[in-house]
Design a protein around this ligand. Structure first.
Ligand code: NAD
Length: 269
């Protein structure tokens, strides 16, 4: 099938849909300036996940190499702090005007909500929510708060960087107290999925008849099982990704910010 036939077929499926799930990964935010973790210049190339993608590793590294942890945190937080929704996020939000939609995202960047999507399951949590180590809610941060934190970490990086200085710069996102620790509610390697979002996401995914799978490598489990299970149940799966095809029924090859507005236009004019 040519790309234009694939687009027409995907548009037909959207028009016929009763419930749509849009399942997104890092790729949907790439054009908002937030790099994916697995591209050629991806974060995991520079910062090995076993050292940086779990709290144990991160704390251990911070004790001996606070400067490296500061560099890593700036690389992660800075793009999120300055990002804005792109036409892909906005097209997903606009889809709600035509059909009931739930967004299930692996991203922690808050861009779907900012674009106007009303039902968003953040199965890997959010960088804007601060919780205790046991998961109790502490406070919500704004993008501006994250920008301030990045600015403080950057100025701490300018001098001799000790763990204490880094710790002070990171407040209130991360606070290492003698009796309590607070941290962003993001799911790192080996941690349980964010609740209640994950349970809700599984239910939503069970109930959809069309799933758009946008910008995800499908390598991160258990999130990656959602499209596989939905397909097994009979839902129509449409992949949108410029890289490799997923396991969907149709593949719209291209960047989310280009393909999604085109798909919406083809489906609903
Ligand atoms: P990934 O990095 O494993 O894969 C990204 C996918 O996006 C690839 O398939 C790539 O081909 C595709 N892609 C690249 N540019 C794209 C574009 N312009 N439009 C559409 N697709 C594009 O990402 P993942 O599968 O989401 O897994 C990484 C994990 O890291 C996630 O679970 C997430 O929690 C986290 N993460 C989040 C953010 C964020 O919040 N924005 C960014 C990076 C990583």
């Amino acid at each position: 099938m040519s790309q234009s036939e694939t687009l027409a077929q995907a548009a037909r499926w959207l028009r016929e849909a009763r419930r749509v799930v849009v399942f997104t990964g890092a790729g949907v935010s790439a054009e908002s300036g937030i790099p994916t973790f697995r591209d050629d210049s991806g974060l995991w190339q520079r910062y090995p996940p076993e050292q940086f993608a779990c709290w144990d590793g991160l704390l251990r590294t911070a004790l001996v190499q606070p400067r490296q942890v500061a560099d890593f945190l700036v690389a992660v937080i800075e793009p999120i702090a300055s990002a804005q929704p792109n036409p892909g996020h906005r097209a997903i939000a606009e889809l709600e005007r035509h059909v009931p939609v739930t967004v299930i995202t692996q991203n922690v960047d808050g861009l779907h909500q900012e674009a106007g999507s009303t039902t968003v399951r953040e199965v890997h949590g959010s960088f804007f929510e601060v919780v205790t180590l046991s998961g109790r809610f502490v406070q919500l941060l704004s993008r501006r708060d994250l920008q301030d934190i990045v600015a403080r970490v950057r100025s701490a990086q300018a001098g001799p960087l000790k763990l204490l200085r880094l710790g002070l710069a990171l407040r209130p996102l991360i606070r290492l107290g003698p009796t309590s620790i607070q941290r962003p509610k993001i799911v790192l390697f080996g941690e349980a999925m964010a609740e209640p979002d994950w349970s809700n996401a599984q239910r939503d995914s069970d109930e959809c008849d069309v799933m758009l799978v946008v910008g995800t490598s499908g390598l991160v489990w258990p999130a990656a099982m959602l499209p596989i299970d939905a397909k097994r149940r009979g839902a129509r799966i449409i992949d949108i990704d410029p890289g490799e095809a997923g396991q969907g029924d149709l593949w719209l090859r291209g960047p989310a910010a280009g393909v999604l507005p085109m798909l919406l236009q083809a489906a609903f004019g």
